[in-house]
Write a protein that binds this ligand. Structure first.
Ligand code: SAM
Ligand code: SF4
Ligand code: F3S
Length: 475
């Protein structure tokens, strides 16, 4: 199953209004988490300024960019399986610029160049601002360029670019990069470097821009958003203060964040949930395991009891809040009884959704020093067991919405039989909407009466539009 942060598929939405005549074609494929999707968006914006337009056709593109992920072996294999298809493109058209970016590019630059000597450049996640430069240099000097440096002194900034920006009703905004947690299984601190927060003024400005371009839901993004403010700011600010600042911006109808760490979850964030009506009724809080022994070896720095206490406190302040999580099964040394503790924790919390993974040993991570003692078949069997339990829990959670009227932000139209639109409710459930009103628009906030719940989605009928999208009001 993919992580909450994963979107996997290549990004297709154009990011700028098409006011500049298009000259050159950019093919951009994205693997991995939402942070990679955000980086791809940024690279598209940067190259758009140089006259590149996104194309779905790899073979005829002038620039081919593959934004890679290294989180698990499977993610890596997906990228490696593409390589065979890239070589013929270069052979057919030596002028095409081929670039690899992202976490696998950061981690494996030497071996990637050995496997693909025809590559023009490799940029790590910290170097994506220089993508137009890398493309230009590749056009001039046909020598592979590698930039995988982390500049420790440099502030984390994503400057605004010229030109009107387009957005869907939901927009992601980066607030922090890197990670300082060093969980023993995870490549992210190596591939994305040390944690740095982005100045609040820049965040607020981007949110204002997105809202005036039509965004109604803002999702604050980072590997560990609730660590915001610890490193990299000139003026101190904490995560809950930032939440309140963004929630106050006119037009932010809905606010969410992902992903967060239990160690950085404070009482102040719980208070923000209680106080801010536009902070949605959902928290994604990865726990990874329900066994203290495993959590210790994972270097998560908290116990199962800490996690339960935190969520009990949150549920007391915000009744009905939907909890989702990430879980790893088959971590080195996980016994059957450790694993059963994970099942017990899942039942105790009643997660609405979990993103579940079999442990995958990653290069240069401390966990590779533990013997990978859980056999492949056992890992797979445990994975199936958590998936089955999660389906039961989701089914039960879904039933709670039956016959209720829920608020849904319409995200898109649908041509599936009997479904006219889809969107999400505050608890982040996918809601399929049947509507006699065919004039709904992405961005409308509507009331929907739920008449069917499966473990995966809710279905219901439109009752009324309670807060129309700005553009439909203008129209
Ligand atoms: N920073 C977030 C956090 O701490 O929850 C997300 C990190 S990662 C992008 C998303 C998820 O991938 C993790 O929460 C973990 O469940 C999973 N993951 C990371 N490394 C893994 C590994 N080596 N094997 C299996 N799953 C892994
Ligand atoms: Fe990886 Fe842990 Fe950081 Fe999440 S908190 S990115 S799992 S090191
Ligand atoms: Fe994301 Fe994959 Fe990197 S999950 S942070 S793109 S390793």
């Amino acid at each position: 199953m993919q992580s909450s942060l994963f979107r996997g598929a290549a990004f297709t939405r154009p990011l700028f209004s098409a006011t500049i005549p298009f000259m050159k074609q950019l093919y951009l494929e994205t693997f991995g988490c939402q942070m990679n999707v955000a980086d791809s968006d940024r690279m598209e914006l940067l190259l758009f300024q140089d006259g590149y337009r996104r194309t779905p056709h790899r073979e005829s593109a002038d620039v081919v960019l593959i934004n890679t992920c290294a989180i698990r072996e499977k993610a890596e294999q997906k990228v490696f399986s593409l390589f065979g298809q890239l070589k013929p493109i270069k052979l057919k058209n030596p002028d095409v610029v081929l670039g690899l970016t992202g976490c696998l590019a950061q981690q494996e630059q030497d071996s990637l160049l050995k496997k693909m000597p025809f590559l023009d450049f490799i940029l790590g996640p910290d170097a994506i601002e220089s993508v137009p430069d890398a493309v230009e240099k590749a056009r001039q000097a046909r020598r592979p360029l590698i930039d995988i440096d982390f500049d420790r002194e440099k502030k984390y900034s994503i400057p605004a670019l010229d030109g009107p920006r387009t957005t869907g009703p939901v927009a992601f905004v980066n607030i922090i990069k890197g990670c300082d947690k060093f969980c023993s299984f995870c490549v992210v601190p190596n591939t994305r470097g040390r944690e740095k927060s982005r100045a609040d003024s820049e965040i607020y400005e981007e949110v204002r821009q997105l809202v005036s371009a039509g965004a109604r839901e803002i999702i604050l993004l980072g590997q560990n958003v609730n660590s915001y403010g610890k490193v990299g700011l000139d003026t101190p600010l904490t995560f809950h203060e930032l939440l309140r600042g963004v929630a106050d911006i006119p037009g932010v109808e809905r606010l969410r964040f992902t992903s967060s760490h239990p160690m950085d979850m404070t009482r102040d964030v719980i208070d923000a949930y209680r106080d801010l009506p536009n902070l949605m009724n959902h928290m994604h809080l990865p726990v990874q395991s329900g066994s203290d022994a495993v959590l210790y070896r994972m270097r998560r720095h908290h116990t199962v009891e800490n996690y339960i206490d935190l969520i009990d406190e949150l549920k007391q302040e915000v009744p009905g809040i939907a909890m989702t999580t990430d879980l790893i099964v088959g971590f080195p040394g996980e016994t059957e009884s450790d694993f059963e503790e994970t099942l017990t924790l899942m039942r105790r919390i009643g997660f609405h959704n979990s993103y579940m993974f079999a442990y995958s040993p990653r290069p240069f991570t401390p966990a590779t020093e533990y013997e990978d003692s859980v056999e492949h078949e056992v890992k797979q069997e445990r994975l199936q067991r958590v998936i089955r339990l999660q389906e039961e829990l989701a089914k039960a959670a879904g039933l709670d919405f039956l016959e209720r009227e829920v608020e849904v932000l319409v995200e898109s139209a649908s041509d599936r039989e009997g479904i006219d639109y889809r969107g999400r409710n505050p608890e982040y459930w996918n809601v399929m909407i049947a509507s006699p009103d065919e004039s709904l628009e992405p961005g409308d906030i509507v009331k929907v009466k739920i008449n069917h719940a499966s473990g995966h989605a809710l279905r219901g009928t439109w009752v009324e539009t309670i807060n129309p999208a700005l553009h439909s009001m203008i129209a």
